[in-house]
Each structure stands twice: as C-alpha cells, then as structure tokens.
Design a protein. Structure first.
Length: 116
C-alpha cells in the first residue's frame, strides 16, 4: 500500500476449493482493508475477491485448483482504477497477481499467494 500504510501487507486465508473469499475495502470501520486516512475513499469503496476453482486432476496432482482474482467498485464517488487505466472499473474486472490498483489516493498491489 501507499500513503501512511506504505509497505504494509494484508494477508488472508486462501478459500477452500469451490469457495470464494470477498474482502471489503473502504474508509468504514469493519472493512477488511481499512483506509481511514484517505478522504478520497468511500465508506465501502470496492471489493476484492478470490475464487478457488477445482480443475481436472492428474496423476501427479490429486486435488488441483486455480485461484482467480477480481476487483469491483461499489459505486464509489471517486472510482477504482487498475494499473494506469484512465477509465474507472465498471462491474467486476479480473486481476492477475502483480496488478496495481488505486482506491482513492491509495495504491495497492495484489501479490502472488504464498504456497503452503
């Protein structure tokens, strides 16, 4: 993250196969990613999701899965932006690990999930 939380990392548990994890991002207390210092952030600004989908098993991998990520603006006043795109996110947009996105004045990066 940028701003007063520059360098801070937010960790979350990987969802079980077939499940989806949704993180709320905003200025409101109780948001999973709480950004109270940024007055350009709405109370509930955006949601970040992680879907863990099963894929076809092989002999070498018994329970394979694929993680996919998405970002959705929650009708915020100032929009949600991915990378250097000048147009705000409309609906859900796919993210790949390493993607930068901006909520208000705060830049965030979706990092590679850690392997267990």
């Amino acid at each position: 993250m940028s701003g007063p939380l520059d360098g801070r990392t937010v960790h979350f548990e990987q969802p079980e196969i077939g499940d989806e994890l949704v993180l709320n991002i905003g200025r409101r207390e109780g948001c999973d990613v709480h950004l109270p210092f940024d007055n350009q952030v709405s109370r509930l600004h955006a949601r970040l999701g992680c879907l863990c989908a099963p894929v076809t098993a092989t002999e070498s991998v018994a329970d394979p899965f694929l993680l996919s990520f998405w970002l959705e603006d929650m009708h915020s006043r100032n929009g949600t932006y991915v990378e250097r795109d000048k147009q705000p996110v409309q609906g859900r947009t796919s993210l790949r690990p390493g993607s930068l996105f901006r909520i208000g004045r705060t830049w965030m990066r979706l990092d590679e999930p850690l392997s267990l």
